[in-house]
Ligand binder design. Structure first.
Ligand SMILES: Cc1ncc(COP(=O)(O)O)c(C=O)c1O
Length: 387
């Protein structure tokens, strides 16, 4: 069997060889604990410091503002939980505002902060593509808001949010603002010297880096308490012996995003636009979910098909040699429609038939064309199987 075609880069990406080659020596020879005072410790500490310096320079930040974590989810947890608890301690604020279509790393953390810590969680109104409505947001800001968290780009429907405008509103009210840029930062520069954000989450495996490593940018002075307590690593904000090989890999992968990002986008956008155009034209009962091409992730095409089981479609596509994903919560059995699509007003008849196709820097035009040739027949087969 031929290797299937990977069209699920929003889920994760393969590691770039150049990243791997940076990591390998640190898996072997630079094995020391960066906190140790001897030769081995100093070697590891040097790699850690250089990697932090690289991340900071590329983001327009100070090295002391970069906290390495284990993944995007952990960065989100630290920002939301650590930020909310610190703000309540400092200023007594009890409300947390989030977008209604956040990744579960934010929405489930917020839910736990409500049930276990008594915070009041409010979701901000969005338009039909998932973008925050700024005027609506404005009237919800106040001195009792502990934190605002709005994702820069949605993983499921690809919509980009107006982060500079949201951040400016938060600044006016002196409310700390966190943005989950796990998807956004895989494509676009994140220059915090020009952006009114206080915390930003990143995850390396979305941009051809290794899994198991993420970062949280924390602007100096932002109230934050550690969620993982123990030693004083990461400026006292995240206890654990740092994973030096993964950290070095993340810094290299992030550097490549900055160097090659615009070239990658130039490659991705025409493929994504062809995907959107052809699907909407050739498949009856199909709709694009999320924003128009000019305000969505450059590699992201997401659809709903009326009267179709999206999970079954994923299985049929897999058997045809294409790896994609659907927005449904479960893999098999009794799938629930995605909460993102339901929130945006899609009825179950549409929302259950979701498909997300996310392209990568090595996706070819030929692969996209071949996929577009077989997709209408697969949709038809799944619809017939459902009847
Ligand atoms: C927007 C967003 N936030 C957070 C995460 C969680 O990242 P990780 O898988 O690194 O924990 C993801 C992963 O899909 C994501 O897309």
């Amino acid at each position: 069997m031929n290797t299937p075609t990977y069209l699920d880069y929003g889920a994760t990406t393969p590691i770039d060889r150049r990243v791997l080659s940076v990591m390998l020596p640190h898996l072997e020879s630079t094995f020391g604990n960066p906190s140790s005072l001897h030769y081995w410790g100093q070697q590891a500490e040097r790699v850690l410091d250089e990697s932090r310096q690289t991340m900071a320079e590329l983001m327009g930040a100070l090295p002391s503002e970069i906290i390495f974590t284990s993944c995007g989810s952990e960065s989100d947890n630290l920002a939301l939980r650590g930020g909310a608890l610190a703000r309540r301690e400092a200023a007594g604020c009890n409300r947390i505002l989030i977008s209604p279509i956040e990744h579960p790393a934010i929405s489930n953390t917020a839910a736990q902060l409500a049930t276990q810590n008594g915070f009041v969680i409010e979701t901000l109104p969005v338009d039909s593509t998932g973008r925050i409505l700024l005027e609506e947001m404005k009237i919800r800001l106040g001195a009792d808001v502990a934190l605002v968290s709005v994702m820069a780009a949605n993983n499921e429907i690809g919509t980009l949010n107006p982060i500079p405008e949201i951040g400016s509103l938060c600044r006016e009210h002196q409310i700390p603002f966190h943005s989950d840029a796990v998807q956004y930062g895989a494509h676009f520069p994140v220059d915090v010297s020009n952006l009114p954000v206080d915390m930003v989450s990143l995850g390396a495996h979305k941009f051809y880096g290794p899994k198991g490593i993420g970062a949280l940018y924390v602007r100096s002075g932002t109230p934050l308490v550690p969620v993982q307590t123990g030693g004083s690593q990461e400026f006292g904000l995240r206890a654990a012996t740092e994973n030096v090989p993964l950290i070095a890999g993340m810094a290299k992968a992030f550097q490549l995003v900055q160097e090659e990002g615009s070239q990658r986008i130039q490659h991705l956008v025409p493929l994504r636009d062809k995907m959107i155009r052809d699907v909407l034209k050739n498949i009856p009962g199909s709709r694009l979910t999320g924003a128009d091409p000019d305000s969505r992730l450059p590699n992201h095409a997401s659809f709903v098909f009326e009267g179709l089981d999206g999970n079954l479609l994923i299985q049929v596509l897999d058997s045809e040699g294409y790896a994609c994903s659907s927005g449904s919560a479960c893999k098999t059995g009794d799938p629930k429609p995605s909460s993102v699509l339901t929130h945006l007003g899609y009825t179950p008849d549409w929302a259950l038939g979701s498909l997300r196709v996310t392209l990568g820097k090595d996706t070819t035009r030929k692969a996209v064309s071949r996929f577009l040739e077989i997709l209408p027949g697969c949709v038809q087969r799944v619809r017939e199987a459902d009847q």
